[in-house]
Design a protein around this ligand. Structure first.
Ligand code: ADP
Ligand code: ADP
Length: 226
């Protein structure tokens, strides 16, 4: 199944900046695809278009068979950003339950599902903590739990580990891989400027040129541990 399709996808911002230029790419279900390229090459712009936060100015973009603007309203897409965006006045578990609350899931089920994903990311002992009481790595784990709680089919991660120290980053990379392997239907799109991170994590790498963002090459990564 094809999850995302870009055909000559382009974005020119109102100030005239061409951020993305005629990108062609097809992403299949279950892939872990990394976008790699220098800062400013248009990676975040591609993500914003996939999530419907920004409109393409040229070409065509389909996400799970619909236009990206419709995709924004869907529950099967979740995002994780570098600046984790937890609500500061809500406890960890309240933050994680939020996406389910917005979907009208019952309190009991919200609680169960939040506890399940918090255990998956190793935060079972910090559910009642406030975000400010957590380390950077723990905040990122909480953000990942919040993204996973509604069982998304498409997970978009924009440099999620960029601000973490090396040990925390490597730990979270391994955890993310294990979560992804547990769900063969989950497609992950991951932005990084770190080539090593991309090779370690992904099944395919889209290499982007410096501005204006074009895809230079798409490389298959051999699987080291089948
Ligand atoms: P990356 O995520 O690869 O660092 P971005 O997608 O953020 O790149 O940006 C691509 C280019 O578009 C950059 O030159 C950036 O300055 C420019 N840009 C990003 N957002 C806007 C905007 N809203 N308006 C004008 N230019 C923008
Ligand atoms: P849309 O795709 O819905 O038209 P945009 O992604 O183009 O929305 O951004 C909305 C507005 O924010 C634009 O008018 C843009 O000029 C402004 N903007 C946001 N970030 C930047 C930036 N880094 N540089 C210049 N303008 C920006």
């Amino acid at each position: 199944k094809e999850w995302v399709r870009m055909e000559r996808l382009s974005k020119v911002y109102p100030n005239g900046t061409t951020a993305v230029k005629e990108v062609d790419l097809s992403i299949r279900e279950g892939e872990f695809l990394c976008f790699v390229g220098p800062s400013g090459c248009g990676k975040s712009t591609i993500f914003k278009m996939i999530t419907g936060l920004s409109n393409p100015t040229g070409g065509k973009l389909t996400v799970m068979g619909t236009t990206a603007n419709e995709a924004r309203k869907r529950s099967d897409t979740a995002f994780v950003f570098q600046d984790h965006t937890l609500l500061p006045w809500s406890s960890v578990i309240d933050n994680v339950m939020l996406p389910l609350a917005l979907r009208g899931v019952s309190r009991k089920e919200r609680q169960q599902e939040a506890e399940r994903v918090l255990a998956m990311v190793g935060l079972q002992d910090h559910m009642r903590s406030m975000p400010r009481e957590l380390s950077g790595g723990m905040k990122m784990r909480a953000s990942i739990a919040r993204a996973l709680v509604a069982k998304p089919k498409l997970l978009l991660m924009d440099e999620p580990f960029g601000a973490l120290d090396e040990i925390t980053r490597q730990t979270l990379q391994l955890e993310l891989l294990s979560l992804w392997r547990q769900d063969p239907e989950m497609t992950i799109l991951f932005v990084t400027h770190n080539v090593f991170e991309a090779v370690f994590l992904s099944t395919r790498i889209a290499v982007m040129t410096p501005r204006p963002g074009k895809i230079d090459d798409v490389i298959d990564v051999p699987v080291p541990f089948p």
